[in-house]
Each structure stands twice: as structure tokens, then as C-alpha cells.
Ligand binder design. Structure first.
Ligand code: ZN
Length: 244
């Protein structure tokens, strides 16, 4: 059982017993792990301020193959979460993305793209107040890292490229757009021109601040897609939506 060294983002922590702490970490090399930090609460020196949610840390841990939980030996901060605690909105934004990544990943599945995506989001949350448009932008990025990107480019039924002006039919069930022909056979919801084109430009990495109409429709597409395909309830989402 060799000592493993890795980098990690702290997703959650909770107290365990009198002085231990259980944390869920998303590691760079090993994906998500659950780990126990012995004496994590009592010995203030040992893991002081290190095993806090949203921190980017360096860790050393042991994990037996037969055990589900790793044991943390050492941890120190690479970059602290400082700045996120400034207001409730930032805390909720960070919590939302962390919870989303946590719920949609299994333990031990390495995903470097997701690690970097999460790290990028947490860095941004420290420095800027996210708008609704930022939330949708980053949500798409995380979906991409997880391999769940909706298809905004080609018809999900026949595979044809759909020109921008025809991108109005979205099939929540199929997870993407339909061409006008296939829309006659498959259930869909239709959206004003420009909405799906806007989302596909987000996917390409172009950030634009859409107007309220755009955001309302974009959220509708994203929420429908996520609730149908991913079957997760993200507790922090409702609160976040109320705050933005
Ligand atoms: Zn088609």
C-alpha cells in the first residue's frame, strides 16, 4: 500500500466522531475519492484550514484496495478558497458546480478535464460575481467534461447539419436539436431563433451576455435536458437561482 501523492479539489467535508473529518476530494490523477483525516478537527495544527471545501490542495494518502475510504497523511494548500466566502452568492455558485460534479462522477474515475474545469470555475468565482449567463456557460463546459454535452449542431435523428436559422426544435429526450423534417416525427419543444445558436456559441467558448429572454429559454433547455438525462437533484441550484 504505497503512499499516494496527488493534487485535489476539496468538494465536501463533514465531521466524523469527535476529532476526525471525512472529506470528498476530486483528485487530478485518481478522480473522486472519499478520505478520512484522523484528528482533522482536534489537532488544529495538522490540517488547519486545509481540508475546506473549494480549496486546491496537495495531498498524501494511503488507500487499501479493499477499503472504500482513503486515509489522509498530509495535506497542504496550493490555492485557498479565499474570496468565495465573501458573499452568499459566491458560496452558492461554488457549491452548485461542486455538487454537480460530485453527483455525476463515480469514485476512482480519472477525469483531468473535469479537474481543470472545476479549478477554473472556482478561480473565477473568487474574482467575479457570476451572472446567469456565466452559470449556463460553465454548466455547458462541465457537461462537456462529463461527456454529456447536448447536441446543438446536427439533427439527433438523421445526423444532418442544421443551419443556424433552422435551429429551433430541441428534443429533450434525444438530447439535441432536430431538423425541420425530423421534427415532424419526434416530440420537441420549439424555441425562438437565436436561442440554440447562442448556446452553441457558448459550447465553442464564445461568451456573450444574453438578454433576459435568451437566458430564460436557455435555462429551460438546460434544466429540461439535465432533469431528463442525468436524474440528479442539485440542492444548491434553487437557492442559486433565487440569488441571481
Ligand atoms: Zn433530421
Amino acid at each position: 500500500m504505497p503512499l499516494q501523492k496527488d493534487e485535489a479539489i476539496v468538494l465536501t467535508k463533514k465531521a466524523y466522531g469527535e476529532s476526525d473529518r471525512i472529506v470528498r476530494l476530486f483528485t487530478l490523477s485518481g478522480g473522486k475519492i472519499t478520505a478520512i483525516a484522523k484528528g482533522g478537527s482536534k489537532s488544529q495544527k495538522r490540517f488547519m484550514n486545509t481540508l475546506e471545501p473549494f480549496n486546491h490542495i496537495r495531498i498524501e494518502y494511503f488507500k487499501k484496495q479493499t477499503k472504500t475510504m482513503a486515509r489522509i497523511e498530509n495535506a497542504d494548500i496550493i490555492e485557498s478558497n479565499s474570496g468565495i466566502e465573501l458573499n452568499l452568492k459566491r458560496i452558492c455558485t461554488a457549491s452548485f458546480f461542486v455538487e454537480f460534479a460530485d453527483k455525476l462522477t463515480k469514485e476512482g474515475e480519472r477525469n483531468i478535464e473535469l479537474f481543470n474545469g472545476l479549478k477554473g470555475i472556482l478561480d473565477d468565482v473568487k474574482n467575479i460575481e457570476f451572472t446567469s449567463s456565466d452559470i449556463v456557460f460553465y454548466l455547458l463546459r462541465i457537461l462537456g467534461c462529463l461527456g454529456f454535452m447536448p447536441n446543438f449542431n446536427t439533427c439527433v435523428q438523421c445526423g444532418r447539419d442544421v443551419p443556424d436559422e433552422d435551429k429551433v426544435f430541441f428534443s429533450r429526450e434525444r438530447g439535441g436539436i432536430l431538423c425541420p423534417v425530423c421534427s415532424q416525427a419526434i416530440p420537441f419543444k420549439s424555441y425562438p431563433r437565436g436561442i440554440i445558436r447562442g448556446l452553441s456559441s457558448f459550447v465553442r467558448g464564445d461568451r456573450c451576455n444574453g438578454d433576459l429572454d435568451f437566458l430564460t429559454y436557455a435555462q429551460d433547455i438546460m434544466e429540461g435536458f439535465i432533469s431528463f438525462h442525468l436524474d440528479v437533484e442539485i440542492k444548491s441550484y434553487k437557492l442559486l437561482k433565487n440569488l441571481i
